[in-house]
Design a protein. Structure first.
Length: 83
């Protein structure tokens, strides 16, 4: 079972996803588009059923990250930020 202090490796994204992940802390990654522009963050949250990936996008007007959703797949979380 994972705990909040477990080290989670940077997930590999399947081919065809036009983004990359850059680790910025334990269980946290910055999501960058193909040109290197930051489009959001993903946090891994261990739960009893597995790891949930929380997607957040930066909202310049409020100068805050807004939650976009929680997903069972890192690819789904990244896809949410790419749309």
């Amino acid at each position: 079972m994972l705990t909040s202090t477990s080290i989670i490796d940077t997930p590999r994204l399947r081919p065809g996803i036009h983004a990359r992940l850059a680790r910025i802390g334990p269980g946290r990654w910055r999501v960058l588009d193909e040109s290197g522009v930051i489009i959001g963050h993903i946090d891994a949250r261990p739960e009893r059923q597995g790891i949930r990936y929380l997607a957040r996008r930066y909202h310049p007007a409020s100068r805050a990250f807004l939650e976009r959703g929680a997903f069972w797949s890192v690819e789904d979380a990244v896809d949410c930020l790419l749309r």
